[in-house]
Design a protein around this ligand. Structure first.
Ligand SMILES: [Zn+2]
Length: 258
């Protein structure tokens, strides 16, 4: 794991500096701050960037790339906008993956069912979608993941093995929890920022610039803005000859427990 190699590297650097200091007494104590600060920078960046695989292996795109395939993923539903997304996907005969939040499933179980009935895949996106998940105890994180899996199972009879961490944030505790539940950790490599950017054309431009074969696109089924962007995006993907496939198919892993 990258995090172990980095920790060992930084600890070695500190030890070398300490040894040099003890022997020659020439190193300023301030030098010791350098590896410590660097370690902190790496730890913070590694936790925030899902692609870094800092704490746990995350799958962010197809490797090696075979053909012009791409996957569409929708986070934070189900919501009433999910139904509009489903209509559009149907029109283009495209199948996608929806990473659903437990509390949203409890509000809209019939929409969750509709996602699966329409031939799309459902993944787990935690129960609470808390921004404090990284510092939750391992048992609480395991409970969140299992609770959402149970809800998905209850309404769709599917046991998903795909998990996407809220905000793409990982931590040692999240990694430990996922080792226990055995989920594949699904990230992305094309972030639309559709929940952050206001202008639909800017979001589409951002995605267009980042399109790549084997890529995983991150969108949200939580607003009319994202629905409008999706309509344009589906047209663009068709024009650029991309074949939209399910995430599991793209990554050559199962979507559900057999
Ligand atoms: Zn989310």
């Amino acid at each position: 794991m990258l995090t172990h190699r980095l920790n060992t590297g930084f600890a070695t650097a500190v030890l070398i500096l300490l040894a040099v200091q003890a022997y020659f007494n020439v190193v300023s104590w301030w030098w010791l701050a350098i590896p410590v600060v660097l370690w902190l920078v790496f730890a913070v960046a590694g936790s925030g960037l899902v692609q870094s695989g800092y704490h746990i292996k995350t799958l962010n795109s197809q490797k090696p790339v075979t053909g012009r395939q791409i996957a569409l993923t929708f986070d934070d539903g189900p919501t009433p906008y999910t139904e509009k997304v489903l209509e559009l996907l149907d029109r283009y005969n495209v199948k996608a993956t929806f990473f659903c939040i437990g509390t949203q499933i409890e509000k809209y179980p019939h929409i969750l069912k509709k996602i699966v009935d329409s031939g799309h895949t459902v993944g787990n996106h935690s129960y609470s979608h808390s921004n404090k998940m990284a510092i939750f105890p391992v048992t609480k994180i395991v409970e969140e993941i299992k609770h959402t899996n149970a809800l998905i199972q209850q309404y769709t009879h599917k046991q998903t093995v795909l998990y996407r961490p809220p905000f793409g944030v990982t931590s040692p505790n999240i990694a430990k929890a996922l080792h226990q539940t055995g989920h594949y950790v699904i990230g992305w490599n094309i972030r639309s920022l559709d929940a952050v950017i206001d202008s639909e054309s800017k979001i589409l431009k951002r995605i267009k610039k980042r399109l790549n074969a084997g890529g995983i696109i991150l969108l949200h089924d939580t607003s009319q803005k994202s629905v409008n962007v999706l309509e344009q995006l589906l047209l663009l993907l068709q024009q650029e000859n991309y074949k939209v496939v399910q995430t599991g198919q793209l990554l050559n892993i199962p979507d559900y427990e057999e």
